[in-house]
Design a protein around this ligand. Structure first.
Ligand code: NDP
Length: 476
């Protein structure tokens, strides 16, 4: 596939290409241009030319277009879901859900298009002020490979509705569905240049987006290390950023919780998308009174997960997306075993043998009583490995939940309102779920505290992230 600049497919100004592989088979399924700073320059120029007309439309006109585009993407959800499975690895039903989720995001923002924005302020004898919300101009979006379609929606939909134009870089290991979707948006009537997609490496095309003087704001989702680099580059140019840098979400199961419901929550919370979700359950704390019954039920469920090619409808979990993830996971589990960092109840190794040999498959893994300082607790484990600790009481659970540099989400499983109140007030995170984990609909603001990033995506607030105020002072 080619990049999309100014409403057309274009090759790179350089001669390079990047192969895109199916993580379940190791086969090359397509290739995309290895975009250069020159390509980014062209894309930004196209976004700049499209800006006056796009920002000059009424919010209602932009909203109608988003509605129309969502309908066209929805019509093709099966074909897009299949493409997403082939390039990303997730089971087809999860891929289709993600494509539908993208449509939900577009429709949510389209629905906000007729909401009033701005304020009128009466200042007595001094006069009256009107505060308008104006788009920023050209915005940059940098997308990861774990949820490449929904995260595209979270960035693109509010930015477009607010009247901005966009230059977006998808991840090098999962760029295809995003490219197909942007072509569909153009077929649905999005004017050329409003959304431009430059493929290529983060260090080259990605940094060129962040540093281009005409790009007003950059929204980035990915690792902490890369996020810090993006922030540094943008900050030294006085540019705003939204950073969503993942998490190490705690799930706390108290002794009054519905155990079956909590086990379901832990399975979905950790093993959905092979554990490669920013808000996945990455540390599980279980009250000692219910620990043994909870753990034995959880172990049975983890062992029953069927791993394989996501196109097989019987499969619960696909491969991890890329070689780097696979190697990182393998290395972490090697260290856990060698240094006795916990008791592995099930799994713990890459999957080899029939049907697995060329893919990045990893066993669904459950490790209990993880030692302090283990990478399973200190880092962001992006894969199907669930560390579990038994805790004596709520004080310990809260203390442990906060012992992480991240603060994206956390969940508490209980029927006791006083417990909910304490966790809500004392656990540092952008979202606290009660008897649920992972769900992030477009209606609610999403983002973290501490090293999980800055700014918010989703909800009404995201529209404010993509606009600035300008005041008209009428001195009568
Ligand atoms: P990165 O943060 O490196 O990549 C995310 C996106 O940023 C990709 O599009 C990447 O491009 C781009 N990028 C890379 N370097 C730069 C740069 N210097 N300037 C601008 N953009 C850049 O994540 P990885 O893919 O390396 O994953 C590593 C770890 O990050 C995972 O194990 C996981 O812990 C975490 N992660 C968290 C995510 C989340 O949802 N919060 C999502 C993905 C990863 P390219 O693809 O070309 O490298």
């Amino acid at each position: 596939m080619h990049m999309r600049i100014n409403g057309a497919e274009v090759p790179s100004a350089g001669a390079g290409w990047k192969d895109v592989k199916n993580p379940a088979t190791g086969e090359t399924i397509d290739r995309v241009p290895d975009g250069t700073p020159e390509d980014v320059k062209n894309a930004v120029e196209s976004a700049e030319s499209a800006f006056p007309k796009w920002s000059g439309k009424t919010g209602r006109e932009r909203g109608l277009l988003l509605f129309h585009a969502a309908a066209q993407v929805r019509d093709r959800h099966k074909e897009l879901g299949r493409l997403l499975t082939i390039e990303q690895g997730k089971p087809l039903r999860e891929a289709i859900d993600e494509v539908r989720g993208f449509c939900n995001v577009l429709e949510f923002y389209a629905g906000l298009s007729s909401q009033p924005a701005g304020e009128a302020i009466h200042l007595g004898s001094q006069g009256d002020c009107m505060v308008f919300h104006e788009p920023l101009g050209v915005c940059g979006a940098i997308i990861p490979w774990n949820m490449p379609v929904i995260i595209m929606g979270w960035k693109v939909a509010p930015a477009l509705l607010a009247g901005n134009t966009i230059v977006m870089k998808p991840s090098s290991t999962a760029p295809l569905t995003a490219l197909s979707i942007s072509a569909i948006l153009e077929e649905a009537g999005l004017p050329p240049g409003v959304l431009n997609i430059v493929t290529g490496s983060g260090g080259s095309a990605g940094e060129a987006i962040v540093t281009h003087p005409s790009v007003q704001k950059v929204s980035f989702t990915g690792s902490c290390a890369t996020g810090c680099r993006v922030r540094e580059l943008a900050g030294s140019r006085n540019k705003e950023v939204i950073l969503e840098l993942g998490g190490s979400d705690a799930m706390i199961v108290m002794n009054d919780a519905d155990i079956r419901k909590a086990v379901d929550g832990a399975i979905r919370g950790r093993f959905y998308n092979a554990g490669q979700t920013c808000t996945a359950v990455k540390r599980l704390f279980v009250h000692r009174d219910s620990a043994e019954s909870f753990i034995s039920l959880l172990k049975v469920r983890v062992e029953s997960l069927k791993v394989g090619n996501g196109l097989d409808p019987k499969v619960d979990m696909g491969p991890v997306n890329n070689r780097q993830q696979y190697d990182t996971l393998s290395e972490i589990m090697r260290s856990v075993k060698e240094n006795r960092e916990g008791t592995i109840l099930t799994g713990g190794s890459p999957l080899k043998g029939d049907g697995y040999n060329n893919g990045y498959f990893f066993e669904p893994t459950l490790v209990r009583d993880v030692a302090e300082g283990s990478a399973l607790l200190t880092g962001e484990i992006f894969g199907p490995v669930l560390p579990l600790m038994v805790i004596p009481d709520l004080d310990a659970a809260i203390r442990e939940a906060n012992r992480s540099p991240y603060g994206l989400g956390a969940s508490i499983w209980t029927n006791d309102l006083a417990t909910v109140k304490r966790v809500y007030h004392e656990v540092h995170a952008g979202i606290i779920w009660v008897n649920r984990h992972l769900t992030v609909p477009p209606e609610i603001p999403f983002g973290g505290t501490k090293e999980s990033g800055i700014g918010r995506e989703n909800g009404y607030r995201a529209l404010q992230e993509y606009s600035r105020t300008k005041t008209l002072f009428l001195g009568w």
